[in-house]
Structures are given as C-alpha cells and as structure tokens.
Design a protein around this ligand. Sequence first.
Ligand code: HEM
Length: 427
Amino acid sequence: GTGAASCPVSANAAAFDPFGDAYQADPPASLRWSRDEEPVFYSPSLGYWVVTRYDDVKAVFRDNITFSPSIALEKITPVSEEATATLAKYDYGMNRTLVNEDEPEHMPRRRVLMEPFTPEQLAHHEPMVRRLTREYVDRFVDSGKADLVDEMLWEVPLTVALHFLGVPEEDMATLRKFSIAHTVNTWGRPSPEEQVTVAENVGKFWQYAGTVLDKLRKDPSGHGWMPFSIRAQREHPDIITDSYLHSIMMAGIVAAHETTANAAANAIKLLLENRSVWEEICADPGLIPNAVEECLRHSGSVAAWRRLVTKDTTVGGVPIPKGAKLLIVNSSANRDERHFDNADDVDIRRDNATDHLTFGYGSHQCMGKNLARMELQVFLEELTRRLPHMELVPDQKFTYVPNTSFRGPEHLWVQWDPSANPERTDP
Ligand code: HEM
C-alpha cells in the first residue's frame, strides 16, 4: 500500500540496487543520474523512496515530525527467527535511543544528556586522544608499511569511545571484544548464520554493558558520559530511566566507533589520492580543520540514512504517501552541484564545506560530531607530522562491507621509507 502504485517507475529507478557494484563502489557517483533527472524516486527492489539532492535531503532531516527517525536502525534485511530467539535468551532489551526516537520523548533527553559533548567538555579528552594516537603510530612508524585500519583506525576510535563514556580501564578489553561489526546486521544482507553469530555477540555485549553500568552506579562521580547520565537520572528520573541508561551505554559505543574509524580511513585515502592536498596540509597543519570538513563532505562515512513518512506529504514536489520509507542519501547530497561548486573536487579551502550532511541535520544531528572532528584532526596532525612521506601502496584493491549506510575501506595499506622519517632526519 505504501509503494509507487500510481507512479511509473523509470528504468534507472527500477535498476537501482544499493547492494550492487555501482553504489558499493561510489554511492554519489552511482546516483548522479538521479540528482540530474529524478531526484526523488521509488526503488521497487528496496521498497524505499530514494532522495538524492541537497535541498531535499536537508528538508527531510529538518522535519523530524513528518519524517520520523524511528526506522533509522531497523534491520534493512528482515531478522531470522533464530536470531530473534538468540537475543531473547540474553534478555536483550535495547530500547530506542536518541537517534531513532520520536518527539516528544527525544528532545528532553537530548537536552539532559548533551553537556559532555560540548566543546569545553571535549577539550578534557584531547590529551587522551593524542596519547592513544601516538602510542599506535609508535608501533609502526619504523616499519615502512602498515594497514592503517587494522593497526590504528579501528581501535583508537573504539578506545576513545570507551574513555568518553567513562568505562573503567579494566573493563575496556571485554567491551572491545563485543564491539563487532553491526554494519552488516543493520544495513546489509546478512545470511541467517551470520545473523545468529551477531545476535550471540550483541546479547553478550548487552549483558556486559549492564554489568559495567551497575559498577558505575556505585560511584558515578567520575568523568564520562555514563557517570554524567547516572547523575542526570537522579534529577530527571522520569526522563532518564534505568533501561534508557542501559541502552545508551551500548548505543553510545556503536555510534562512536565504526562511524569515526571509517571517516578516518576515507579521509586519509582521499588525501593521499590527492597528493598535492596531502602535501599542503603537511606544510601547513592550520589547514587541517577545514580539510577534515572537506573529507567528511566528499567521502563521509555515513552514506545514507532513513526516515519513515508519518503523513501524506511531498518531497521535492513529489507526492509521498503516509507509511512510505525514505532512504535519504546524504553522500549524494554532499556532491550536489546545486549546493557545492565543483562538488567532485577536493578543495580544502571550500568556504561551505561544513554545510555537508554527513552528521545529519536538525534535531537529531550527530551529538558526537565535535568528538569525531577532534579525533580526525589529531589523526591527521600526527600522521602528517610523523609520516609526511607516506603513500598508498600502489594497485591495492579497496573493499567495502556491502551495505547501504556505513562506508569505509576494510583495509588501507600505506608505505614509506623509515630512514627518511622526520624524527630521524630532524629529531
Ligand atoms: C547521530 C553520523 C560520530 C553519537 C548521528 C546521525 C548521523 C551520525 C548521520 C543521525 C543524524 C540525524 O538523524 O540527523 C556520525 C558520523 C560520525 C559520528 C559520520 C563520525 C565521523 C559519533 C560519535 C558519537 C556519536 C563519536 C559519540 C561519542 C551520536 C549520537 C547521535 C548521533 C548520540 C544521536 C543524536 C540524536 O538523535 O539526537 N551520527 N556520527 N556519533 N551520533 Fe553520530
């Protein structure tokens, strides 16, 4: 009933497949035809309406009442009964948390939980991010070759997230084990066996998050988002419930980890592919903050997001019925020539780079955006300073986990001559 019965489906729209090679290789390039010819279309294979232009994507993000975020984390591939049974075995009780929560519940919670994300509070974490980054670079700086994803970019954002949440050091190793890829499970096409394996891990993750939370409750005086939220619960027990705390403990790790790891890998790959830009930021680190923004625009780590239409409406002039599901392709919006001049170019001096929609927009805009930005800046500062001469290992084939939304290379091999490291030649 919510499909495109009255609307003829064009050949391009019929052929659109977000799990196919074209979208997987380059989402915004695969949708250029749509931005130019049919910016809002129904995809019969996906069962979603797809929105690809900047103004339309932003308008959908802006109105979270007409366009509900409630389906943002829904599994795009239906869950098997066995996986559901596995989760039940662990008493899995993940509730809605911020990102997929409707009003009027969402805003009061967002307000109460926001303070640890302010730039002033984040400044407290910068030394930790830099120390961790340096420790990881120390391990490979003399080796001449590294897979930056496996050797740095996967683990550092996860450890930063655990510190940010205020997880005790002694529990970090256990929680890291459970933070497995949720990407395939939420936005991909997992096999029934994969679903059960992930469900086992998610169940254990959930239980352990509860254990850590109980420990933090005994002394919630420390730094971090969880101790802060436990204290906030005392003042607002009706807004921040027990099950809500349990949910944000787990959701916080997931929200902060892969998004940032992928964004960093995309950024470094993009800059090294545009060597002159890399060399410019090596020569002038003051360019790094805007370069980070431009990388998030050009090759962000969240390629598409989802909304549910709550009443008959229009998007970009196209009538959309109540109950329809939208795939809003923010990576396509970020390459829309109608908003960004020469949108495919990497221009680290672009004055509207921060207009990108990689963090979403409006009332649900990413709360962690400044933490992510800070991490990306520190990674680039440390790598440009210590390995300005690194380059991509030639002819490597980049692979991506097939899914609609989370995007970053699984491996990123770089190489350099260690005898030319600045710390040796100019200590
Ligand atoms: C929400 C992207 C890093 C915490 C979101 C949304 C996106 C996003 C697209 C939904 C926005 C919307 O619906 O308008 C990203 C990207 C990141 C990143 C690309 C890294 C480059 C982080 C980090 C944290 C975090 C590091 C936490 C420490 C959150 C939270 C929300 C959110 C709590 C829900 C906000 C709400 O619904 O009110 N993020 N994120 N994110 N993100 Fe991030």
